[in-house]
Design a binder for this molecule. Structure first.
Ligand SMILES: C[S@@+](CC[C@H](N)C(=O)[O-])C[C@H]1O[C@@H](n2cnc3c(N)ncnc32)[C@H](O)[C@@H]1O
Length: 340
């Protein structure tokens, strides 16, 4: 589905999702890794349609974000924003880079990160795992995708050298348990990197953007009600430490939500991020507001329309704070004192 330039053909991706719905049975793997055993046989894929968007349905209810072609477009745009924010990099953890042979991308989405990593590290074998079958099928030979629930027990037979997860806040019920699975499935000396962001911080806008602040609070409240908190990022370092990771580093970067920066590249990022935020407010809010807080679809639409008006009227200045947190599973006696 990606053309050789790496652009994803969204129409064929939409067909792929529909095909999966009608054609899959109890076999949960899309690309079968001979070394991996799928953790659970997921039942036949089920989808729900709400307000024209398609959602994956799993045993714990609807996934919070849609899994349709429009969402894949958002993930592609978000990937570009991440890479630009990190100065052209897809990962900041450089340690043991060349020794990483087995790499796992958690909640891979359409697989953009997994494909980019595999292209840049031709000797690495990259597995992208996701609960919903929205991955690209035209992939480099060193990438494969599997459909599975990363919150269930992991039963891959071989351990990994690098485990990566991006933009998973609000999708995970139990981060401590997920970090434990990562730790147990890393080789000693292997690394984990989590990239995520906290929800928008307004900056110097007068009067303060009431609707934006209220929306942020409602998102936090809804995500708690649904048992998948979006405000976990500040707690991740501590959790990693408790689960035994060492040499933990956290790099923070701003993703501006406006184009008022004097720095041209931040300006570009800010413009793309603001456009994307506004265009996809509904997809990131709908299930949370509806299922978590009991809003009707019409109420969500009205609520977000008022927020959009405020965003336009105030020429608001705000930013997301991106956190790039990485750490390693220690090799007893061999953890370097002075990481690069
Ligand atoms: C916001 S998307 C991020 C996609 C990708 N990491 C990226 O940065 O482009 C979150 C992804 O996590 C997946 N996901 C949510 N819960 C999951 C679970 N329990 N197991 C596996 N994947 C899950 C969703 O299907 C979705 O593709």
């Amino acid at each position: 589905m990606a053309n050789p330039d790496g652009e994803i053909d969204l129409d064929s991706l939409a067909d792929h999702v529909i095909d999966q719905e009608s054609e899959t049975d109890n076999d949960s793997a899309v690309g079968v890794d001979s070394d991996a055993v799928s953790t659970t046989s997921l039942p036949k894929f089920q989808y729900a349609t709400e307000n024209g968007r398609t959602y994956h349905v799993h045993d714990q209810g609807k996934c919070i974000l849609p899994n349709d072609a429009r969402e894949m477009e958002r993930l592609n745009d978000m990937h570009k924003i991440w890479v630009n924010t990190l100065g052209g990099e897809i990962s900041l953890c450089r340690e043991s880079d060349t020794r990483r042979q087995r790499v796992l991308d958690l909640g891979t989405g359409n697989g953009t990160w997994a494909i980019a990593y595999a292209d840049a590290h031709l000797t690495a074998q990259v597995i992208g795992v996701d609960i919903t079958p929205t991955q690209d099928t035209w992939v480099p030979p060193n990438v494969q995708f599997e459909i599975d629930d990363i919150e269930k027990e992991w039963t891959w037979k071989r351990k990994f050298d690098f485990v990566f997860g991006r933009d998973l806040m609000g999708s995970i019920r139990d981060w401590a348990a997920l970090l434990r699975s990562i730790f147990n499935n890393l080789n000693p000396g292997g690394w984990v990197e989590i990239q995520d962001y906290g929800y928008p911080h307004p900056e110097g806008t007068e009067p303060p953007p009431t609707k934006l602040l209220e929306w942020r609070q409602e998102m936090v409240r809804a995500s708690k009600a649904l048992g998948k908190r979006i405000d976990m990022i500040e707690e991740l370092e501590d959790l990693m430490m408790k689960e035994g990771f060492a040499e933990i580093r956290c790099v923070k970067k701003r993703i501006p939500l406006d184009n008022s920066s004097k720095n041209e590249s931040l300006n570009q990022i800010g413009k793309s991020a603001a456009d994307l935020f506004e265009a996809h407010l509904e997809s990131i809010s709908m299930i949370r507001f509806k299922d978590g807080l009991g809003y009707s679809i019409d109420e969500v639409i009205a609520y977000l329309s008022a927020l959009r008006t405020e965003l336009k009227k105030n020429h608001m200045s705000a930013y997301f704070e991106a956190h790039i947190i990485y750490g390693c599973k220690p090799v007893q006696g061999l953890v370097s004192e002075d990481p690069v």
